[in-house]
Structure formats: C-alpha cells, structure tokens
Design a protein around this ligand. Structure first.
Ligand SMILES: NC(=O)c1ccc[n+]([C@@H]2O[C@H](COP(=O)([O-])OP(=O)(O)OC[C@H]3O[C@@H](n4cnc5c(N)ncnc54)[C@H](OP(=O)(O)O)[C@@H]3O)[C@@H](O)[C@H]2O)c1
Length: 199
C-alpha cells in the first residue's frame, strides 16, 4: 500500500517506520522532512503536499491547528485519511468541532477515520507493551473503518473498539486532558487506556 504520512515528529516518525517495516511504500511529508533522512531509511521524504499525492492512504500526524491549515487547499479525494492528531488547545479548552470532522468537511470524498490520538506515540506501534489496552476508531465509512481496524491489528492491537460514526471523534479528542493528567501522576507516557468488560 502507498501511504503518505503527514508529520515527521514523534508520531509521524514512529508510524512511518512501522508501516515501512510492515512492507508499505511510505512517504513522509512535513516542512523539514527532507532534513531528516538519517531517521527515515528507505522512506520517501517530501512536503506535506507531496506525501498527500503519494498516498492511497494518508495518515495525519501534524499538530491539529497546523493540519487544518496544511490540508485545507490539498486535493484529497478517495483516500482513507487516518487522523491521529489533536488540537494543541484540546489540552485545556473545550473542542468546538472535532478536528476529524473539520477534515471530513474539508474533504467530503475522503474517508476519514479517527484513531490512536489518545495513545502515547511509542505505544501506538508497540501495543504489546500495554497488554489489555484498547484502541478506539470512529468514521462514517464502514469499509474504511474495517480496513483501518485491520491495519491496527497488524500493528499488534487486539482490542479495537469501533465507536461509530465520526461524531464520536469528539469523545476521543476530549480524552486529552485525562491523558495529560495521567502522564503527570504516572510520571511519563508509558501507559494506555483499557476497557474492562463485565463477564
Ligand atoms: N506525541 C504523542 O505521544 C502523541 C500521541 C497522540 C497523538 N498525538 C498527536 O499527533 C500529532 C503530532 O504529534 P507529535 O508528538 O508527533 O509532534 P512533533 O513531534 O512535534 O511533530 C510535529 C510534526 O508536525 C510538523 N509541523 C509542526 N508545525 C507545523 C505547521 N505549522 N505546518 C506543517 N507542519 C507542521 C513538524 O514538521 P517539521 O519537523 O518538518 O518542521 C513535525 O513533523 C499532534 O496532533 C499530537 O496531538 C501525539
């Protein structure tokens, strides 16, 4: 699969290297991606627009506010757009419209799927370190969600919970203040959320 990863930071970098290891044809796009060749062996590096053009699938791992701006003028038709991003403001301010819904509105033909935005970057691609953790997905296109669920399983996620349509991105993006509080009391990002079912 040709996948364009937007963002060459902690999240974009980890996701891109995992996708490459799984055999995908990956291009990372960000303002300074081309300066980071040492960190991305075997992975194409370009601008955000070049990574979008490369991808049959696109992964958004830019800061939320920046991604709204960076994606606005881009042409994204059919691809599955996996949105992992959060508004920086979500840390301490209410979310007016979830980022995933803003991106879906910008690109009505894209199939936006929200996931992983509440998981620490290093654990997104190594969920075996937090056995029992759950990952949520939300999106309007059932087939796209199924494919993204399969991708998450290929990362090692076992408990993939489909929350429903993209309006459920709000619940996921509103987890950020909880994540920040947990990081503070637990002394770092080495944790994830799980869902315990009644037997
Ligand atoms: N870190 C986590 O554990 C974590 C977990 C869940 C979700 N997230 C979300 O994932 C996203 C990325 O987080 P991160 O930790 O990977 O951030 P990061 O390490 O700071 O990387 C940010 C990336 O975005 C690019 N960028 C920054 N400002 C930009 C702008 N104005 N326009 C275009 N590109 C811009 C940077 O490009 P250059 O480096 O090329 O300049 C960099 O590649 C955020 O939305 C964050 O909320 C993070």
């Amino acid at each position: 699969m040709r996948i364009g990863v937007l963002g060459s930071g902690e999240v974009g970098g980890g996701i891109a290297r995992k996708l490459k290891a799984l055999g995908h044809d990956v291009m990372v796009g960000s303002p300074h991606a081309k300066d980071k060749a040492d960190a991305f062996a075997g992975i194409g590096l370009g601008t955000v627009d070049e990574a979008i053009a490369h991808g049959e699938w696109i992964v958004n791992a830019l800061p939320g506010e920046a991604s709204e701006k960076a994606l606005k003028a881009a042409k994204i038709d059919k691809p599955i757009l996996i949105d992992i991003a959060n508004y920086d403001s979500a840390v301490d301010q209410p979310i007016k419209t979830p980022l995933a819904e803003v991106l879906q509105k910008q690109h009505p033909k894209a199939r936006v799927v929200k996931t992983l935005n509440f998981v620490s970057a290093h654990l997104m691609v190594e969920p075996g370190k937090v056995k029992g953790a759950a990952v949520f997905i939300a999106g309007n296109d059932a087939a796209a969600k199924k494919q993204v669920g399969e991708l998450l399983k290929s990362f090692g996620w076992e408990d993939v919970i489909d929350l429903g349509d993209l309006s459920n991105a709000r619940a996921m993006e509103q987890l950020i203040p909880l994540w920040m509080s947990l990081e503070k009391v637990l002394g770092g990002p080495g944790f994830a959320l799980g869902v315990v079912r009644e037997k």
